[in-house]
Design a protein around this ligand. Structure first.
Ligand code: ADP
Ligand code: MG
Length: 701
C-alpha cells in the first residue's frame, strides 16, 4: 500500500475536492458555511449538490443517504437512488433515466421518525422527523452510497439525535471561550474543541460466536466458568499481533484512511483477544462521526475475516472489559492548544484559567459526566479495578498539583530558584510529559496538553460525554468571563479568580490510586458523588442545576432532557430484560437438560460399576451429588429470576422500574450465573452445551 497518501480521503467530499470541483465563488460560500455556520441559499446548494453527485457517481455511488445518529446511540440511514425518469411526459413509460440530486435533497430530508426513540417528545401521529445537512462534517462514499452527515429533529425542531446537541454544545463553549480569549487580547479567533477517541475491542472467531446465544443476542457472555489462563501473565498487552488480526487491521486501516479517518495506532490490549485502535485527534463533531464509522467498519471487516468484533463494554467476566478513552482539548482556530502550558507569563495565565475552567466543570457536574457514560454494559466496568471507579475525580500529576497548591496558598514554588507564582507575571515551569506520569485509575487525567476521560465504554456514542464536557466547561467560562469582564485590574482579578477556583474545587483533584478502597472512603469524606450504577446516576439527570445548565447554554430544553432521561432508563431496562430472558432461555433449554443428563449418567454408571466390581465409585457418586445439588440450585434461582423479571417490569415510573431491574434482576442473574459456572467447571466439555471461555478467548490463532 505505497499509495496510501493518494488514497487518503479519496472517498471524501472534503475541502480539497470541493476546491477542485466547485466554481470559485461557490467554494467561497461553502467555506463561509463550514467555518462560520452561514446558511447556503438554494441556488448555491443546487450547485454543490450537483458537483457532489457527479463526484459520488465517479466513486461508484448510485444512491445517497442522509446519515444520522438517533438516540439509539448508533447510526441510521435510508438509501435513495439518484435515478429520475427521463422523457415520460404525459404519463408514458420513461425512455430512460437521468441521475439527479438537488440542493433541496442535500440540505433537508424528511423521514418517518416514529420507530426511533423519542422519549415522549413526539407522539406517533406526528411521525415526521427531519434531517438537516451538517456541512461541517464532510460527505463521503461508502458501499456505493453517498453519505451526507445530518442532524435529526422533530417537526417542532426538538433534537431527536446525538449530533444536534453536540453541535449546540460546541457553539456554547465557543461563545464563552471567545469572551475569555478576548480578554487575553485574541479578538478574532474562534475556539474549537478537539477529540481523539481510543477504541478498544475484542476479536473472536465467528464459528465460536455462532454457538453462543448470549453473545449473539446481547454481545456479552452471560455465563462461563473462569478459564485457567486469563490476562495474569500480561503476555497479550502490546504483544505480537497475530497474522489474522494483522490482516484485519490492514484492511480496516485502508478503508478508514479512504474515508479520511486518521487511524494511527494499533496494538493488543490487556485481555486475551483484546485490541485497540487510536486515531489522530480532530474537531469533536468529526471525531464523533469518525468513531461511529470506525465501529461500523470494525464489525463489517471482522466478518470478512471470519471473525466477530465485540464492542460490548464487558464481554467476559474475569478479564478486562473495553473502554473508549475520550481525549479532549480546546484550541483556537489559529491552532493554539489552550490546554498547553505556554512559554510566557501571559500564556501561562491563560492556560491556568482554562485548566481551572475544566476543574470547576468536572467538580460541579460530576453527576452529568457519570451519566454521560452510564449504560448497563459500562456498569460492569466502572469500579471493577480495570477501569476508573464511578467516582469522578481529576489527576493533574505532581508538578501541576504543586503549582496549583502554591497559587492557592500564595506560597513559593519552583525547583532551584523558588519564586512566588504571580499569575501573569511568572512563567510556569515546563512539565515533563513522560508516560510514567500516568495514572490509569483516574477518570479524568491531564496528560500534558489535553484531558483523557477514561470512563466511556467501548460502544458509547462519543457525542454523549462531549456534550457534557463542552457544556460544563462553557458554564465555567461563562462565570469566569462575567467576573473578568467587569474587573478594573485584570491581572489582579485573574489571580484571585484562579486562586479562588482552586480553593473551591480542589476536592475533585486526586493523584492517588482510584482503585483503592481508601479512595472511596476519602471521596465520601470530600463529598464527591459515587453513582455506582446507571439508575443511580440517571436519578440525577433532571436535577435543577443540570436542567439549568443545558437550558442556559441552549444545548437541551427541559423537554429534550426529560426525553433523554426516559430513553436512557428505558434502554437500561430493555438491555437487562433481554439479558435476563436470554440467560433463562439458555438455562432452561440447554443447561438444565445437560446437567440433568450428565448427573443421571454418573448415577447409572456408579450403580452399574458397583454392581459388577463392588468398587465404591467415589468419583461418580460425589460428582453426581454435587451436580444434582447445583441442578436444583440452578432450577430454583431460575424461578427466582423469572419472578424478578415479572415484578420488575410492573408500574409506570421508569426510574423505579430501572431500580428494580438493577436490584432484583441483576442480582438473580449473578446468582444464576455462579451456579451455572460451578456446574460447568465439573462437566465434561462434550456434555456442556457451549464453547468455554478458553475456546472463545483463544479462538483466533
Ligand atoms: P498519550 O501518550 O497521552 O496516550 P497520544 O499522543 O498517544 O497520547 O494520544 C492519545 C490520543 O489523544 C490520540 O487519539 C491523540 O490523537 C489524542 N490527542 C492528542 N492531542 C490531542 C488534543 N489536543 N486534543 C484531543 N485529542 C488529542
Ligand atoms: Mg491513552
Amino acid at each position: 500500500m505505497n499509495d496510501v497518501a493518494s488514497r487518503f480521503a479519496a472517498k471524501v467530499f472534503n475541502l480539497a475536492t470541493m476546491k477542485q470541483r466547485l466554481p470559485k465563488d461557490t467554494y467561497r460560500e461553502m467555506l463561509r458555511c463550514i467555518g462560520d455556520g452561514e446558511r447556503l441559499n438554494l441556488d448555491v446548494a443546487n450547485i454543490v449538490a450537483n458537483a457532489m453527485k457527479d463526484w459520488a457517481i465517479e466513486q461508484g455511488a448510485t444512491h445517497f443517504t442522509h446519515w444520522f445518529q438517533p438516540m439509539t446511540g448508533i447510526t441510521a440511514e435510508k438509501h435513495d437512488s439518484f435515478i429520475s425518469p427521463n422523457g415520460n411526459a404525459g404519463g408514458s413509460a420513461p425512455s430512460g433515466i437521468i441521475m439527479e440530486f438537488s440542493g433541496k435533497e442535500l440540505v433537508r430530508g424528511e423521514s418517518d421518525a416514529s420507530s426511533f426513540p423519542s422519549g415522549g417528545l413526539r407522539s406517533t401521529f406526528e411521525a415526521r422527523g427531519y434531517t438537516a445537512w451538517d456541512p461541517t462534517s464532510y460527505a463521503f462514499v461508502k458501499d456505493g452510497v453517498l453519505y451526507i452527515p445530518t442532524a435529526f429533529c422533530s417537526y417542532g425542531g426538538e433534537a431527536l439525535d446525538m449530533k444536534t446537541p453536540l453541535l449546540r454544545s460546541m457553539e456554547a463553549i465557543d461563545r464563552q471561550a471567545r469572551r475569555v480569549l478576548k480578554l487575553f487580547g485574541h479578538d478574532n479567533v474562534k475556539s474549537i474543541t478537539t477529540v481523539g477517541a481510543e477504541q478498544e475491542y475484542f476479536l473472536i472467531d465467528q464459528s465460536i460466536m455462532d454457538q453462543r446465544e448470549d453473545l449473539l443476542l446481547t454481545g456479552r457472555t452471560l455465563l462461563g466458568a473462569k478459564p485457567p489462563k486469563g490476562q495474569e501473565l500480561d503476555d497479550h498487552y502490546f504483544g505480537v499481533i497475530k497474522p489474522r488480526v494483522q490482516a484485519f487491521m490492514r484492511e480496516l486501516n485502508d478503508e478508514l484512511w479512504q474515508l479520511g479517518i486518521l487511524a494511527k495506532t494499533e496494538h493488543n490490549e490487556a485481555a486475551p483477544a483484546q485490541h485497540e485502535l487510536a486515531p489522530i485527534f480532530t474537531t469533536t463533531n468529526i471525531a464523533v462521526d469518525h468513531n461511529q464509522l470506525t465501529m461500523e467498519l470494525m464489525q463489517k471487516i471482522a466478518h470478512r475475516h471470519g471473525m466477530v468484533c465485540l464492542l460490548h463494554e464487558k464481554p467476559f467476566a474475569g478479564v478486562n472489559g473495553s473502554g473508549k478513552h475520550n481525549n479532549w482539548s480546546i484550541a483556537t482556530s489559529d491552532g493554539v492548544n489552550l490546554l498547553d502550558p505556554g512559554t510566557t507569563p501571559f500564556e501561562n495565565a491563560q492556560f491556568l484559567l482554562f485548566l481551572c475552567a475544566v476543574i470547576q466543570a468536572v467538580d460541579d457536574y460530576q453527576d452529568l459526566l457519570r451519566i454521560s457514560v452510564a449504560t448497563a454494559g459500562n456498569d460492569h466496568r466502572l469500579g471493577g479495578s480495570e477501569a476508573p471507579p464511578a467516582i469522578m475525580s481529576m489527576f493533574l500529576g505532581d508538578e501541576l498539583t504543586e503549582v496549583l497548591e502554591a497559587i492557592e496558598n500564595d506560597a513559593a514554588y519552583g525547583g532551584r530558584d523558588r519564586v512566588q507564582m504571580k499569575i501573569g507575571v511568572h512563567v510556569l515551569p515546563r512539565f515533563p510529559k513522560d508516560s510514567t506520569d500516568r495514572n490509569r485509575t483516574s477518570p479524568f487525567a491531564f496528560t500534558g496538553n489535553k484531558f483523557e476521560f477514561r470512563s466511556p465504554g467501548s460502544s458509547l456514542s462519543m457525542a454523549k460525554p462531549n456534550i457534557v464536557i463542552n457544556t460544563a466547561v462553557a458554564e465555567s467560562l461563562r462565570k469566569f468571563a462575567d467576573v473578568l469582564e467587569g474587573a478594573d485590574d485584570f491581572t489582579g482579578a485573574l489571580h484571585d479568580l484562579i486562586r479562588d477556583t482552586i480553593k473551591a474545587h480542589k476536592r475533585i483533584l486526586f493523584n492517588g490510586n482510584g482503585y483503592d478502597e481508601s479512595w472511596r472512603i476519602e471521596a465520601e469524606r470530600r463529598g464527591l458523588m459515587n453513582l455506582k450504577t446507571t439508575p443511580d446516576a440517571l436519578s440525577h439527570l433532571l436535577d435543577k442545576k443540570n436542567v439549568e445548565l443545558f437550558e442556559t447554554h441552549g444545548v437541551f430544553s427541559a423537554a429534550e432532557l426529560r426525553s433523554r432521561y426516559e430513553i436512557l432508563l428505558q434502554n437500561y431496562v430493555k438491555v437487562i430484560h433481554i439479558e435476563a430472558e436470554t440467560l433463562l432461555d439458555m438455562v432452561n433449554r440447554d443447561i438444565l437438560p445437560a446437567v440433568s443428563a450428565f448427573s443421571a449418567k454418573l448415577c447409572r454408571n456408579a450403580e452399574a460399576k458397583t454392581a459388577v466390581t463392588g468398587v465404591a465409585c467415589g468419583y461418580e457418586k460425589a460428582r453426581c451429588r454435587e451436580i444434582s445439588r447445583l441442578t436444583d440450585e440452578i432450577y430454583a434461582v431460575s424461578s427466582t429470576l423469572g419472578e424478578a423479571i415479572h415484578h420488575a417490569g410492573a408500574g409506570e415510573d421508569s426510574l423505579e422500574r430501572a431500580m428494580r431491574y438493577k436490584n432484583d434482576v441483576v442480582g438473580a442473574m449473578g446468582a444464576l450465573r455462579a451456579a451455572c459456572d460451578a456446574a460447568e467447571a465439573m462437566t465434561p466439555k462434550a456434555e456442556w452445551p457451549y464453547p468455554s471461555y478458553t475456546d472463545i478467548l483463544f479462538s483466533v490463532k
